[in-house]
Design a protein around this ligand. Structure first.
Ligand SMILES: Cc1cc2nc3c(=O)[nH]c(=O)nc-3n(C[C@H](O)[C@H](O)[C@H](O)COP(=O)(O)OP(=O)(O)OC[C@H]3O[C@@H](n4cnc5c(N)ncnc54)[C@H](O)[C@@H]3O)c2cc1C
Length: 315
C-alpha cells in the first residue's frame, strides 16, 4: 500500500494547481493520472489574465508556445465586433505537462477505478491510501461518481459537446476569431492561433440544444470547416477532429464531503457563457488546497461564473 496525506486523481490544470499549492505548504501530495504526460487534451487553449495571475506564471519562465491577443474578433450573427482585451493562447499538450512538473510531487500513471472509505482513510484500488482525496479527473471523475453524484447531480441542460483539432499550420492571420450562434448553434466556433506555428480550430455548444434541432456537433463542424476555407483561414487540409463533453457551471455545487473534494470539470465549473474551464479549474484547485492546508471548508461557490465581463474589462 502506498500512503500519502493527499491523493489527487487527475493531473490536468485543476489537479496540478492543487498539488502545487499543497506542496508549497509542505503537505505530502501525490497525483494519479490514467495517462502519461505530456498527454493530448481536447481544448482550444485560450487562457485569461486571471489564470496567469492565479498561477503566478511569469511569461519569461514559460518555455513553450505562448501568444498574446490584444483584441478578440467576435462575430455575432454575422456582425463583426472587435473587442480590445488581453487574452492568451497556450497548447494544452505543453501547458499541462509544465504545470504538473512545476507542482513537483510524485505522479503515478494509474487509472483509478474503485475507491472505498476505511477507518477514516480513502483506499484506491487496494493500492493507494490517503487522508484527503481530491477528484480532478474531469467529466468522468471516479471521485465524483463514487461520492458526489447523489449530492451534486449534473443537469443535462448544461452539458457541452465540443470538438477541435490542433495542428501545425503557417497561419497567415494570427488574430483570434470567435463566431457565435451560426446556423442556430447554441454555442460558438473558434480560430485560435498558437505560438510556434500551431493553430487550433473547433466548435462547441449545448448538447441538448443541438440535438433538439436535429443536428450534431459534427454537422456543425463540417459547415464550419467550409467557412474557414471560404475565408482562406485554413486551406487544403483534411481534418480529423476529437471531441469531449463537459458541464457548464452547475447550480448544485457541493465541493466537499468529509475529506473528499472535487475540483475543475469534475465539479462542473466551466463558465456559463463561454464554457471557459481552465480558469475555474485553477481557482477551484487553489481553494481546495487552501481548505486542506488551513483545515477549513471548501466550496467552489466563489469560482468565476462568467467570462464575458472579464474579457470586456480585459481581465
Ligand atoms: C473542445 C474544447 C475546447 C475547450 N477550450 C477551452 C479554452 O480555450 N479555454 C478554457 O478555459 N477551457 C476550455 N475548455 C474546457 C477545458 O478544457 C476544461 O474545463 C479543463 O481542461 C478542465 O480541467 P480539469 O483539470 O478539471 O480536467 P482535465 O484537464 O480534463 O484533466 C483531467 C485529468 O484526469 C485524468 N483522469 C480522468 N479519469 C481518470 C481516472 N479514472 N484515473 C486517473 N486519472 C484520470 C485525465 O487523464 C486528465 O489528465 C475546452 C473544452 C473542450 C472540450
Amino acid at each position: 500500500m502506498i500512503d500519502s496525506e493527499v491523493i489527487i486523481v487527475g493531473g490536468g490544470p485543476a489537479g496540478s494547481t492543487c498539488a502545487w499549492e499543497l506542496n508549497n505548504s509542505g503537505i505530502q501530495t501525490m497525483v494519479l493520472d490514467k495517462k502519461t504526460f505530456p498527454r493530448r487534451k481536447v481544448c482550444a487553449g485560450w487562457i485569461t489574465l486571471k489564470v496567469i495571475r492565479d498561477l503566478k506564471l511569469k511569461k519569461e519562465e514559460y518555455p513553450y508556445s505562448f501568444l498574446t491577443f490584444n483584441r478578440l474578433y467576435f462575430y455575432v450573427l454575422g456582425k463583426k465586433i472587435p473587442v480590445r482585451t488581453r487574452q492568451y493562447s497556450i497548447r494544452r499538450y505543453e501547458f499541462d505537462h509544465w504545470l504538473l512538473e512545476r507542482a513537483n510531487v510524485p505522479v503515478q500513471q494509474h487509472a483509478v477505478r474503485h475507491i472505498r472509505k476505511e477507518k477514516g482513510c480513502y483506499v484506491i484500488d487496494n493500492r493507494f491510501r490517503c487522508k484527503y482525496l481530491v477528484g480532478a479527473g474531469g467529466t468522468n471523475c471516479s471521485v465524483y461518481k463514487t461520492f458526489f453524484r447523489k449530492a451534486n447531480p449534473r443537469s443535462q441542460k448544461r452539458l457541452i459537446t465540443a470538438i477541435e483539432e490542433e495542428f501545425k499550420y503557417d497561419c497567415q492571420d494570427v488574430n483570434c476569431y470567435l463566431w457565435f450562434f451560426e446556423r442556430n448553434l447554441p454555442g460558438y466556433s473558434w480560430y485560435v492561433p498558437k505560438g510556434n506555428g500551431y493553430l487550433n480550430v473547433g466548435i462547441g455548444g449545448k448538447f441538448l440544444g443541438i440535438r433538439n434541432k436535429g443536428r450534431t456537433i459534427r454537422s456543425h463542424w463540417n459547415c464550419f470547416i467550409k467557412k474557414l476555407e471560404k475565408l482562406s483561414l485554413v486551406q487544403d487540409r483534411s481534418f480529423n477532429p476529437r471531441g469531449y463533453n463537459y458541464y457548464l457551471r452547475q447550480t448544485a455545487n457541493i465541493g466537499q464531503i468529509d475529506n473528499a473534494f472535487i475540483i475543475g470539470d469534475a465539479a462542473g465549473l466551466a463558465t456559463s457563457d463561454m464554457g471557459e474551464g481552465i480558469g475555474p479549474a485553477v481557482e477551484s484547485g487553489l481553494l481546495a488546497a487552501n481548505a486542506i492546508i488551513n483545515g477549513s471548508t471548501y466550496s467552489p461557490k466563489s469560482v468565476t461564473k462568467y467570462s464575458l465581463v472579464n474579457i470586456l474589462l480585459g481581465k
